[in-house]
Design a binder for this molecule. Sequence first.
Ligand SMILES: *Cc1c(COP(=O)(O)O)cnc(C)c1O
Length: 386
Amino acid sequence: MISSFHPPQRTLLGPGPSDVSPRVLAAMARPTIGHLDPEFIRMMDETRVLIQRTFRTTNELTLPISAPGSAGMEACFSNLIEAGDTVVVCINGVFGNRMVENVERMGATAVKVEDEWGTPIDPDKLRTALGQHPETKIVAMVHAETSTGVRSDVEALAAIAREHDCLTIVDAVTSFGGIELDVDGWGLDAVYSGSQKCLSCAPGLSPVTFGPRAVEVIKNRTTKSQSWFLDLNLVMGYWGDGSGGGRSYHHTAPINSLYGLHESLVILHEEGLDNAITRHYRNHLALRTGLEAIGLSLLVDEQYRLPQLNTVVIPDGADDALIRRRLLEDHNVEIGAGLGALGGKVWRVGLMGHGSNPTNVYRCLGCLEGLLGESGSVAAARASYD
Ligand SMILES: *Cc1c(COP(=O)(O)O)cnc(C)c1O
């Protein structure tokens, strides 16, 4: 007989999902109410304020899309692009390539600006591409490339885009709540994120924000967005555009998931966004110190490293798949494998959100050093905290 599912207790130290905070799980177990219930709407209004704070924006059109980060991506592209547009896409990993897929499926032309996996996007290459393609409407870029552990300088790239009168679409799925992200300060136009990385919320929601220039483009489309579900002109009717108008039915919001998102944002802002960012950095430094103490190195140059996603070069002679299996089966620790060209070459160790803490740093190092026949990483990490 098939009976209730009880998952094992894992420690999630991969590229996402990250460990979900017990407070978030408890919030999600609260009673379901109607999605037009005044109490639910009150919670949604608070959620919007908390998302705005996390993006550092005053954009009215700020909401969680009822689907994972990939849908937030699609919401940005499908609302801003019309067939025939030209979009410059900066690519230095998996998620840049997905952006190209979006652009091409919408009948637009993607101009690719490519950099090596493991390195950031080169602003000079973007400048050159925009010089060669004055017809460009949008520049798309990934802030934190989870496939490689690289942070690109979105502030500088967005400034170049603006000099050329282009809108920006920015993937902030892994940067949201983990590293500095300043939507208004950097002048970003359309930004999407996700619930399951540095927010430590369950997967399945994508906070997004659209600035005034993007809203103009959306309102003045000459063709309908090809996605009914993600059409912000319709979604705005439910979430409201901040003008205080009534709410109408668009789709049934994932009520309990949104309780979880609200709670995860409350937790983040109780700690303080700046404190959370500092915590991610401190735990990253401890992990790195421990790894280096046993001869392991990180793939990415120090200045571009993501503290929340560490790409560790697999040492010669280590059996990638076996070590990941032992971590999972013997220690209940999940880390990520390398993707694409980095498959078999790196491990991806996520220290995201609730999971970015000293206990997890020690656990990860202790397990790895045992499996590699090394010692000393835990003591080195501990010393780094002092
Ligand atoms: C995880 C991730 C996504 C996709 O988010 P899903 O919730 O898996 O759909 C997009 N971009 C980046 C950079 C990510 O890390």
